[in-house]
Design a protein around this ligand. Structure first.
Ligand SMILES: Nc1ncnc2c1ncn2[C@@H]1O[C@H](COP(=O)(O)OP(=O)(O)O)[C@@H](O)[C@H]1O
Ligand SMILES: [Mg+2]
Length: 246
């Protein structure tokens, strides 16, 4: 099976310091790879490297069947791999949601009508049809995150690079995100600190530490939870839990 991405001893420096220092890693079709590591470990840098936003100092990157090195090599990679940025404000720049989601398809050469139709279909699939005419800069953080995902999915990528996609999502939207991603037949790199998210989705995990990656395991511990569940009390219908509480 040929890998979508294959890195061999890749080194990348930022501000003069080696952030990636010999990363060897592959992403195969159908995999959902969890990429974990401390703040500042270089997870974002690694995702950026996959789409040519960082310069490789040494080592080799093969993506979608060809070695990629210089800027023009990465055009095809950026179409094939959708990158959900850590900060949605880096992703969204159009006045309205529908324009933002249609931007990628337009850029792929679709007509405005076809791109708008694609954008509407994508928003509907994500349960976001109501947001289509909203002003992007007025959305909440969680809404921006999901609209960013719509922008990425509207391009119908072969691989998804998701940089902390659960940040700012409430429980309902987190569950929706997991359901959406689980239903996609697309390879993914999942960068997240959210254990529930990773345990539900990841098929494999690696840890980025000291500029290198090594295999990691996502433990399915039985935890003793000490947390508070918050439920809305439905006063209008006043349900009875059968134990005297409402
Ligand atoms: N724009 C930047 N310029 C210079 N150094 C940066 C920049 N962004 C991140 N870095 C540095 O690169 C290292 C890795 O950062 P990053 O890839 O963002 O880590 P992570 O995503 O794992 O938190 C950190 O030491 C960080 O300070
Ligand atoms: Mg990061």
């Amino acid at each position: 099976m040929s890998a979508l991405f294959e890195l061999d001893a890749v080194a990348v420096a930022r501000a003069g310091r080696m952030v990636l220092d010999g990363v060897t890693l592959r992403l195969d079709p159908g995999e959902r790879l969890a990429l974990v590591g401390d703040n500042g470990a270089g997870k974002t840098t690694l995702l950026r490297t996959l789409v040519g936003l960082e310069t490789i100092r040494s080592g080799r990157l093969v993506a979608f069947g060809a070695e990629r090195r210089v800027e023009r090599d990465f055009r095809e990679v950026r179409i094939g791999a959708g990158f959900l940025f850590q900060d949605p404000d880096d992703q969204l720049f159009s006045p309205t949601v529908i324009e933002d989601v249609a931007f990628g398809p337009l850029n792929l050469g679709m007509t405005r009508a076809a791109a708008t139709e694609r954008a509407e279909a994508t928003l509907t699939r994500l349960g976001l049809a109501d947001l289509a005419r909203r002003l992007t800069h007025r959305l909440s953080g969680g809404e921006k995150r999901l609209v960013s995902l719509a922008c990425v999915l509207a391009m119908e990528p072969k691989a998804l690079l998701l940089d902390e996609p659960t940040t700012g999502l409430d429980e309902t939207r987190l569950a929706r995100l997991i359901e959406i991603l689980a239903g996609l037949d697309v390879a993914m790199v999942l960068v997240s600190h959210d254990r529930v998210f990773l345990e539900r989705l990841a098929t494999r995990a690696v840890l980025l530490e000291g500029g290198r990656v090594r295999p990691a395991s996502l433990h399915r511990h039985v935890h003793v939870h000490d947390h508070v569940h918050i439920h809305a009390l439905d006063e209008a219908h006043g349900h009875d839990h059968g134990d005297g509480t409402a």
